[in-house]
Ligand binder design. Structure first.
Ligand code: UDP
Ligand code: MG
Length: 313
């Protein structure tokens, strides 16, 4: 179907639902773009679902899903994509930080033959210094590790139907939307947008959740940290050769090395290197375990009805 599906993950965004829904409706109707809005409530507990239901009652182009608990933004994005029926599928936050004007220009670019239109942050809005540095550092490492340009990446994207279908085919449970869509390739166009201030509510991230998110996604996406283990082992090996030769020379010169301190140092260094390596390997093992259990990515507890009649128009 020619048109635009907009996937909107929402976690405790009660105030935002009516605002963004009306804003998108107004703008897309004005632009004569045929559309559907898919709100995915990610286990919200503040009445977000009731708001979504109300919007769906008023406007048959609004579809709502509710997760049985909080599964994270990426799961919400994939659940929304699985329901999308239009030829172009856009993902945007529902706090109006992703401007609707940019969405419209993304759609126009898609009409001219781009398969993925990516929103790239031009100005990171009111994020504080540490968050900005932290996010920058995380994407820098990720970009290096993946040899993909991820800095200034965001989840604000518009994808062609074939891209969406190929993403939905990916079998892994833990999906990192930003990474996956960079990995997928396709003809891309980037659009810069200014990150607006959040219109209402507050950011769902805190420090620990961001760090956990960073680690999880690095592990889900690359095995480079496992090579750190090998490199660490090599460095320890070189050190041990040097120290061995030195000790032997001293021994044959008749003056053995001062024993206790050296042994203690070597033991501590090797011990911690081994523990850290085991930790890294363990983290990957945990991920493998998560994947082989093959649990579903999300569970849907409620869904609004599609009004089939309207859709034919
Ligand atoms: N979100 C979600 N599940 C979560 C956390 C966030 O679906 O567990 C949604 C949230 O409702 C919003 C979007 O993801 O639409 C971005 O979240 P937020 O604005 O808190 O992040 P920030 O813009 O600060 O990066
Ligand atoms: Mg936001």
């Amino acid at each position: 179907m020619k048109g635009l599906s907009v996937v909107l993950p929402a976690y405790n965004e009660r105030e935002m639902i009516p605002i963004i829904s009306r804003e998108l409706t107004r703008r897309l109707e004005q632009e004569k773009i045929s559309y559907e809005l898919i709100f995915v409530s990610d286990g919200s507990s503040d009445g977000t679902w009731e708001e979504i239901e109300r919007e769906a009652d008023e406007n048959s182009r609004v579809l709502g899903l509710e997760f049985s608990r909080n599964f994270g933004k990426d799961s919400a994005i994939f659940a929304g994509m699985a329901q999308a029926r239009m030829d172009a599928v856009a993902v945007m936050d529902c706090d109006l930080q992703h401007p609707v004007d940019t969405l419209v220009s993304m759609y126009r670019i898609w009409e001219n033959g781009s398969e993925i239109v990516e929103g790239v942050k031009a100005y990171r809005g009111e994020e504080n210094f540490f968050y900005r540095k932290g996010a920058g550092w995380f994407y820098h490492i990720l970009s290096r590790a993946l040899k993909l340009d991820m800095e200034d990446a965001s989840d604000f994207k518009l994808m062609d139907r074939k891209v969406v279908d190929s993403l939905l085919k990916m079998p892994e449970r833990h999906l990192f939307f930003r990474g996956i869509s960079a990995w997928a390739g396709y003809r891309k166009t980037q659009v810069k947008y200014e990150v607006a201030e959040r219109a209402a509510g507050k950011s769902k991230w805190n420090w620990s959740s961001l760090i956990a998110y960073g680690f999880q996604n690095i592990v889900a996406f690359t095995t480079v940290p496992l090579q750190f283990v090998t490199v660490g082992g090599l460095i320890c090996f070189l050190g041990s050769v040097a120290l061995g030769i030195y000790s032997l020379i001293r021994y044959f010169q008749g003056q053995a090395v001062e024993g206790y301190t050296t042994i203690l140092m070597v033991l501590l260094i090797i011990g911690s290197a081994i523990m850290i390596s085991l930790g890294i390997i363990g983290f990957y093992m945990g991920k493998i375990y998560d994947e082989v259990r093959r649990r579903p990515r999300y569970l849907i507890s409620r869904m609004t009805h599609r009004q089939e009649k309207e859709e034919k128009t």
